[in-house]
Design a protein around this ligand. Structure first.
Ligand SMILES: Nc1ncnc2c1ncn2[C@@H]1O[C@H](COP(=O)(O)OP(=O)(O)OP(=O)(O)O)[C@@H](O)[C@H]1O
Length: 433
């Protein structure tokens, strides 16, 4: 394995193409790539629920009605709204695949922000977040804009420093390494950027962009051209594109090059930051399918950040739902769609499915819950449940701090009455049917 360099988006921004920092690491890594368990095969986006979810339908009237709905890509809106932040800690939801590739425990990230009256105020963007990612696994982080998803990724990639918590990668704590110590890990964790047009240096040809990553993992100069052609072919592109500059490629083509570039150093983990949201709807599915296929052939783990539940449905193995900087639910993807337990997750899925379910079946979707009002910073600063002011199921006990607790096998939720709500919703749905 060789050294690495690359272009990184400036942390915390949606940067224009001109705003890049070039990072170069000239040390060899000496690391051997780990090959883990075979990845499970996943459904590709075809506008229908996964076979697993379909098989498991029939748990209740509510679940039946949802599973039988066609979830067409066109009908799933992207959820967008501003949220704020707050504070607390949580236990560590783990996968059940043995030693994880990545283990994040109690991650906290504070920023300082300037409020409307120009006062500087602390902002806890990530608040005690804990999760694991197995080898060749996709762990998705979902939630509204501002819930802290990208900040988790920026901390993982050391684009910004964590305030507290632990990040263990392949058995080694990497969260507190010095810049020099961290270099040997860099090629093992890569990132695919949201906006392909902003992710490439517009002055470099595609060949030069890819060659930089290939050379740095030890590909000799004499082999660069053939390796560039191979990398392009691996993402379904013709080698002729290598001579072009980013501006001469379509968004879809450039995102494919982005995928090739992220995988060029043969990483074990790739952080996918909204990998499809800047793309035309028509090519989003192609990129999702490409990423899923490459994961199977290259045994790479993904941390996927997205607003789009269609992408989660197609790619994720497990999902963490974030609200105001905290994880509020963590479980397997199928479980999340079939049996969402936290009221926020119910609402998140309800919003998307209400638009996907034909009129007449919509009553069942109401059982998933609708939130009242809007998010506000005041909610984020509450000691009790941060969702309570908006939650249709809130009671006096919700004023007490809520921890992320295990509510079912491999299923965690930050809500003391998650299972009660489920029973109530099921009973209502049975009565109504
Ligand atoms: N560099 C920064 N300085 C101050 N505040 C920041 C910074 N970066 C992010 N934030 C704030 O931290 C919070 C979480 O932001 P983050 O981008 O992680 O959320 P997100 O869930 O990824 O949202 P989006 O989907 O819009 O990217 C937001 O309130 C955001 O305004």
């Amino acid at each position: 394995m060789g050294p690495r360099s690359g272009f990184s988006r400036i942390p915390g921004t949606r940067t224009p193409a001109s705003s890049f920092v070039a990072s170069t690491d000239n040390r060899g890594s000496g690391c051997t790539r780990s090959r883990g368990r075979s990845p499970p095969s996943r459904p590709l986006i075809r506008g229908v629920p996964s076979p697993t979810a379909a098989r498991r339908s029939g748990r209740s009237a509510t679940h039946r009605s949802l599973s039988s709905a066609r979830w067409t890509a066109e009908r799933w809106p992207v959820i967008e709204s501003e949220t704020q932040i707050a504070a607390s800690t949580s236990p560590s939801p783990r996968d059940d695949h043995g030693s994880p590739l990545l283990q994040v425990d109690g991650l906290v990230k504070d920023y300082v922000r300037t409020d409307a009256s120009l006062r500087r105020r602390p902002l806890r963007a990530v608040d005690g977040v804990s999760f694991t990612v197995g080898r060749s696994e996709t762990f998705a982080l979902v939630g509204e804009s501002g819930s802290g998803k990208s900040t988790v990724g920026r901390v993982l990639l050391r684009l910004t420093e964590q305030t507290a918590g632990s990040i263990v990668f392949d058995g080694e704590e990497i969260g507190r390494l010095s810049e020099r110590q961290a270099r040997r890990f860099r090629h093992r964790i890569q990132m695919l950027f949201q906006d392909p047009m902003a992710a490439f240096d517009p002055r470099m040809t595609i060949r030069e962009s890819l060659a930089e990553f290939l050379r740095l993992r030890g590909v000799p100069r004499s082999a660069v051209n053939s390796e560039v052609a191979r990398a392009l072919a691996s993402v379904g592109l013709d080698s002729d594109l290598a001579r072009r500059r980013p501006g001469a490629l379509s968004g879809g083509q450039l995102q494919r090059v982005g995928v090739a570039r992220a995988l060029a150093p043969e990483p074990e983990l790739v952080f996918l930051d909204e990998p499809t949201s800047a793309l035309d709807v028509s090519i989003r599915g192609q990129i999702v399918n490409l990423l899923s296929e490459l994961q199977e052939t290259q045994s790479v783990g993904y941390v996927l950040v997205t607003h789009d539940l269609r992408v989660v449905e197609a790619m994720a193995d497990r999902v963490g739902v974030m609200y105001l900087g905290q994880l509020v639910e963590v479980c397997a993807k199928e479980e999340l769609f079939e049996r969402p337990l936290h009221p926020y997750t119910r609402a998140l899925i309800g919003v998307t499915r209400r638009s996907a379910i034909a009129e007449g079946a919509a009553d069942h979707a109401v059982g998933l819950g609708r939130l009242h009002g809007e998010l506000s910073l005041e909610h984020a600063e509450r000691e009790g449940c941060r969702l309570a002011p908006r939650c249709p199921f809130a009671e006096a006990r919700c004023e007490e701090p809520q921890e992320l607790v295990q509510v079912a096998p491999a299923h965690w939720a930050r809500c003391w009455k998650a299972l009660d709500v489920e029973q109530q919703v099921d009973a209502d749905a049975t009565k109504g049917s």
